[in-house]
Design a protein around this ligand. Structure first.
Ligand SMILES: C[S@@+](CC[C@H](N)C(=O)[O-])C[C@H]1O[C@@H](n2cnc3c(N)ncnc32)[C@H](O)[C@@H]1O
Length: 345
């Protein structure tokens, strides 16, 4: 009989994850955040394409739900009493006037400096939490392109974009047909089901803003009570993700206009998927410049040394959201492509 593969027990996986986490954040922070890896409260965002903040506050509170407004994002709220089900039973939910989204997930679009009329790419978009937030920040003017490689997630993305009024069913463009369609209106929305690496070959230096909310090992979403949230995890997974992220990041960079801004984000704690990615980008491209992220939320220190690698000092400008029982950890980097410089080989 062949050797049976040894399966690691869930608790061993958590132990090795926590071992790494302690190295990443240091012992005292580790002790503080260890117990935040649990289910967090329901949080939501007003979909300003369909409703005003006040309309939502009135509808929610008159139904007996208590909410707390987020200081750094006035359109975001935490549900303080009642369950998620009570929220999704409301008409404003069914009408797409609110969208349930974790707080940390709302950060990347907020720091993209989006202005109406811009051309924006969301390279790995499904199920579209951030795509819809970007559409709202664009006030549905300009061009927005949402892409994902996964068919099942893509169906959810398409559904959400219709539900939230980002696109009417018939206005979701066929990416091929829509190429010649620029003058039709002041809003062009395109969805595509593609490998992000291929897609951007069609759009060299085209977009004003790009979001790469990268596929990742999702460590910040681990729930110690639910082994399904971490059973897939191991160090090999981190390496695989880091490889995929590198490919997507390089491609995204080539689709960004000089003067444009790329925001890179993950919901993981691993430096290989965070600081190391940005470090490599800075090493490869002289025209990449990190910008400060001005949101006033609690931050973790970024990692400037991991293994034998010392990262670029500019990495200090990137953001690690401090995980609490209300908000999960997140990594966000904001990078500007400066005007015309040649890449370093
Ligand atoms: C973190 S999730 C995106 C979440 C989304 N931005 C949101 O806020 O709703 C990462 C996504 O990347 C997609 N993905 C993974 N590899 C990809 C690739 N090579 N090209 C395009 N999408 C990819 C996955 O299918 C997944 O939906």
């Amino acid at each position: 009989m062949g050797k049976q593969k040894k399966r690691r027990q869930p608790s061993q996986k958590l132990e090795s994850f926590f071992g790494r986490l302690e190295q990443i954040v240091g012992t005292s922070v580790f002790r503080d955040i260890k117990n935040t890896f649990t289910l967090r409260p329901t949080t939501f965002r007003v979909n300003t394409l369909k409703a005003t903040r006040q309309e939502v506050i009135d509808a929610v509170t008159s139904s007996g739900l208590k909410i707390e407004q987020i200081v750094w994002y006035k359109d975001a709220f935490i549900l303080k009493n009642k369950s998620k089900r009570d929220l999704t039973d409301l008409d404003i939910y069914k009408q797409g006037k609110i969208y349930i989204q974790s707080l940390a997930s709302m950060v990347p679009p907020l720091v993209m400096d989006i202005e109406p009329g811009q051309k924006v790419l969301d390279l790995t978009a499904a199920p579209g939490s951030k795509t819809s937030q970007i559409a709202a920040l664009l006030e549905r003017t300009g061009e927005l392109y949402g892409n994902d490689i996964n068919e099942i997630r893509f169906a959810k993305l398409k559904h959400n974009m219709e539900q939230l009024g980002v696109a009417e069913d018939e206005s979701i463009n066929d990416p091929v047909k829509s190429l010649g369609d620029h003058e039709a209106s002041n809003w062009k929305f395109t969805l595509s089901l593609e490998n992000g690496k291929k897609l951007i070959a069609t759009y060299p230096e085209y977009f004003d803003r790009i979001l790469l909310d990268a596929p990742c090992s999702a460590e910040a979403r681990f729930d110690i009570e639910d082994s399904k949230t971490y059973s897939f995890w191991n160090e090999k997974k981190i390496k695989e993700m880091a490889y995929a992220q590198r490919q997507l990041l390089l491609s995204a960079w080539s689709a960004l206009k000089p003067g444009g801004i790329l925001v890179y984000s993950t919901c993981t704690m691993a430096p290989e998927e965070n600081e190391a990615q940005i470090d490599k980008l800075l090493e490869r491209f002289e025209d990449a410049e990190l910008l400060e992220i001005g949101l006033s939320l609690k931050k973790l220190s970024v990692v400037l040394k991991w293994g034998d690698k010392i990262f670029h000092k500019g990495i200090k400008k990137t953001l690690r959201v401090y995980p609490t029982k209300q908000i999960e950890g997140f990594y966000v980097a904001k990078i500007k492509k400066c005007d015309k410089l040649t890449p370093v080989n």
